[in-house]
Design a protein around this ligand. Sequence first.
Ligand code: BES
Ligand code: MN
Ligand code: ZN
Length: 486
Amino acid sequence: MDFRHQISSAGTLSSLTCDALLLVVIGDAVDAALDTPLAAALNDAVAQGDLALKAGKTLYLHRPAGIRASRLVFAVAAAPGAKAFKAAVAKGIDQLKGSGAKHVAIGLAGAGSLDDAHAEALVGAVREATYMYRHTKPSAPAASKIDKVTLLCAKADAKAVQQGLARGTAIAAGVALAREFANRPGNHCTPTFLAEQAKKLGKEFALKVEVLDRKACEKLGMGSFLAVAQGSDEPLRFIVARYDGAPKAQAPVVLVGKGITFDTGGISLKPGAEMDEMKFDMGGAASVLGTLRAIAELKPKLNLVVLIPSCDNMPSGSAVKPGDVVKSLSGQTIEILNTDAEGRLILCDALTYAERFKPAVVVDVATLTGACVVALGHHHSGLFTADDKIAAQMLAASQAGLDPCWRMPLDEEYDEGLKSNFADMANIAGRAGGAITAAMFLRRFTGKFPWAHLDIAGTAWKSGAAKGATGRPVPLLTHFVLAQVG
Ligand code: BES
Ligand code: MN
Ligand code: ZN
C-alpha cells in the first residue's frame, strides 16, 4: 500500500480527484474554512440528525452533489491530537471496507495542522484496518481494495507529515510482520520457521543473522533454556540478529523476545480452555523481529541486537519435571517448581547471553504472566524497570507510538518468594503479584546492564470473535530504539 502526502487546503477539497474522501471533523462545530459543497453536506447531515458531532461517529455519502470524489466519509474526532485522529481514521476506513474505493484521500474537515504523529497514526490505522490473515485460510475475503492513501495537509506541515508517513510505514510493516507470525498456528510457526524468517529478513535488509541449534546451546551451557525445550520433538532455535547502523564501538540496544511457539504448560499442564491461544506465546519474539524490520528500514545511527530463544513447551517422557534443578548460563541454579513458568526459564539464559554485547540497554518482551492480564487488562502492557531514566523513555515511547504501557513496581521485597531450599532460586513465587515476581526472577540475570521488561500477556493478542495478534508492542519498541540515537 502506497502512502503519500499532498498539499491542499480545506477550501479546495470538493474538487479533489480520488475514489473516496475521508474527512476528520474535530470537535462539535463545522469549520468555516471548509469549502461550500462539503460544508453544506456536513451541516445538512448534522441538522437532519444523521451525524452527531461526537467522537467515533461517522457518515458515508455516495456520489455527494458538487464533490468530485464519488465517496465521502466524515469521521468525528474528540480532539486535535494524533490519538483521536487515529481513532477517527480507523472508523472512517471501516466505512469504506466493503466499497470499491482504491485511492483514499484523508484530511481535516477544516483548518488545523497535522504533524508527524498524525501521519504515523494514519498509516497505523489504515494498515491495522486492512490487514487480513490468510496464510492458512486463503479463502478469507480481502479486507479492502484500498491501495493508495493520500494525506492532505497544509504546506507548512508537509515536511513533518512526510517524515511521519515514512516512520509510520516502517512501523506498520513491523506490526504486520509481528501479527502475521503470531497468527500462524504452532504447527506452522515453529522455532525453525522463526529462524528462517529472521534469516530472510537478514537477506532483505543486509543484517547479520546467526542461528544456534541445540548443540550450540549445550556448548554454551544454557541449561535453563534447554530444560524447557527438552520435552518437545520440535528442534529449538536461538536467534541472534543484528542491525549495525553505528560504529562497532558503540554499545548496542539489545531486544530479547520470548519465542515459545506453543505453551502447553509442560508437565504442569494448562487447562484445555483457550489453550489454542498459547500459539501466541511467541508474541515477544514476533514483536522484536517486527521492530528489527522497522529499524532496518529507517536506518537510524545506532546498533541493535535482537535475541530470540525459541522452543515449544510440551509434556512428554523427556520433559522437565516439577522439582528438577537446572543450571542456567549465568551459573545460578534454578528449581523448576512449575514447568508452566517457562518463559522466564528461556529468557534468563538469553539475558545472560546479552552480556557479551556490552549493551547500552536491554529490553525483554514476553507474554509472560496471566497475572499481568489480571493486573492491567488488555490496554496497557506491563513495564518493569528499576531505572527511572529508562522508565521515562519507555513511557514517552509508548505515548508517541500510541502503544500504552504502565510502570509496575520492582521492589526488593518481592524477591522473597523465589527462595528455594534446593537451588539458588525457584522459578515461581506465590500467586500474589505474579507479574512482579516473574520480573524479579528475570532481574536476577540483569546485573551487568541497564534493563527493562515488558509483559505483553494482555496486549499481544485479542481473544473472542476478533481473535488475532495485535503486533504490539512494535510501535512502542521502535520509538524507544529510535530515541536511543546520539
Ligand atoms: N505464556 C504464559 C502466560 C500467559 C497466560 C499469557 C495466559 C497470556 C495468557 C506463561 O508461560 C505462563 O504459563 N505463566 C504462568 C506462570 C505461573 C505458573 C507462575 C501463569 O501466568 O499462569
Ligand atoms: Mn507457561
Ligand atoms: Zn508461556
